[in-house]
Design a protein around this ligand. Structure first.
Ligand code: UT7
Length: 328
């Protein structure tokens, strides 16, 4: 089996900063509540003329440059997103066009906040099968467009951003070692946008009821997350025959500091090994793990041979974990 890993990495976050103080002006909330319950201080929102594809393109350009390859060398683009520019047209096709990646097939992968882990896993399998050589995995979200700015329960959690990774063959023994993907499907409103799909097309009444925005049962998602994150990480470690003690750094989905602390405690992983930047960006859904990794790389915190674990959960409910030996 070929060893498949990351050849280049990039991230992009929009310029506009939305602080907790800004949210205080919109709903009955406080910086103190948001900070103690979530750890989030601020998040980024896409500009009016930016769609998710634009964020993805910016992150991809950096990743391609970092990998030192041209867009036309990419065979496949996988975009993890739950906030595409349009419905029915895949958003990865827009990115393929804007990057002029003319030799790449492109599809979107919808696994909500677990999307980056799912997409890296699919990309790796595509390369190992011999079908493709270079796969561009992108996670990009503009969650600010689907949150209800009148809903303090969900609105304060999310932000926009993108990360991109060029996958290809790496030195033997390096790259993605194992991954575990899971789904605990629910059919209720635990975490979804109710209206605008095929079951409940948008009507004036549903629009007036604000059903075209995210609805979430925060407590149920919280309870799911604190079980799913450690479970998936243990499973991925088992599959890769890895002792969790040897993990150098963990990149969890940046949803809530309390969820992250509970998960790593259950895993017995020291908190110092966990990379956290949710105070700056909030929950950027599929993009959050990639944005965290990109910042760790920029800060020189990852070195060749480091064992890292990515772990996430999201709507679906989906969850997953992936372990890799850093190869750059
Ligand atoms: O990518 C996955 C995305 N989803 C998540 O990660 C969500 C996971 N869940 C969570 O992070 C937490 O459940 C929340 C941060 C959403 C909520 O924290 P909590 O400690 O579970 O609070 P709670 O839902 O138990 O609410 C406590 C109180 C409620 O008031 P009452 O009913 O006790 O009077 C809420 O109405 O806090 C109230 N509340 C707020 N107060 C001030 C909810 N949101 C806010 C707010 N500011 N923004």
């Amino acid at each position: 089996m070929k060893s498949v890993g990351i050849l280049g990495f990039g991230k992009y976050v929009p310029e506009k900063i939305m602080t907790n103080a800004d949210w205080e002006k919109l709903v009955d909330t406080s910086d103190e509540w948001i900070t103690t319950r979530t750890g989030i201080k601020e998040r980024r929102y896409a500009a009016e003329d930016q769609g998710t594809s634009d964020l993805g393109v910016e992150a991809s350009k950096i990743a391609l440059k970092d990998a030192n390859i041209k867009a036309e060398d990419i065979d496949l683009i996988i975009l993890a997103t739950c906030t595409p520019d349009y419905r029915a047209q895949n958003c990865s096709s827009l990115i393929q066009n804007k990057l002029r990646a003319k030799n790449a097939a492109a599809f979107d992968l919808e696994a909500a906040c677990s999307g980056f882990i799912y997409s890296l896993t699919v990309g790796k399998a595509m390369i190992q099968s011999g079908m493709y050589k270079k796969v561009l995995v992108i996670a990009a979200e503009s969650i600010s467009r689907i949150i209800d700015m009148q809903d303090r329960n969900t609105g304060i959690l999310f932000g926009d951003g993108a990360a991109a990774a060029v996958l290809g063959e790496v030195e033997e023994g390096y790259g993605i070692i194992s991954s575990y993907l899971g789904t605990e499907g629910v059919t209720d409103g635990t975490l979804r946008i109710k209206a605008g799909g095929t079951r409940y097309p948008i009507t004036q009444e549903r629009f007036d009821n604000r059903e075209h925005f995210i609805e979430m049962n925060g407590t149920d998602v919280f309870k799911f997350a604190v079980k799913a994150l450690p479970y998936a990480t243990k499973k991925a470690a088992e599959q890769g025959n890895i002792d969790l003690k040897n993990i150098d750094m963990v990149f969890p989905h940046q949803a809530n500091l309390r969820i992250i602390k509970s998960a790593v405690k259950k895993l017995g992983i020291p908190y110092e090994k966990v990379y956290i930047n949710l105070e700056k960006y909030g929950n950027t859904s599929a993009a959050s793990i990639g944005i965290a990794m990109s910042e760790a790389i920029d800060e020189g915190k990852l070195k060749k041979g480091d064992l890292i674990a990515l772990t996430g959960f999201g709507a679906g409910l989906t969850y997953g974990s992936l372990i890799m030996k850093w190869s750059k």
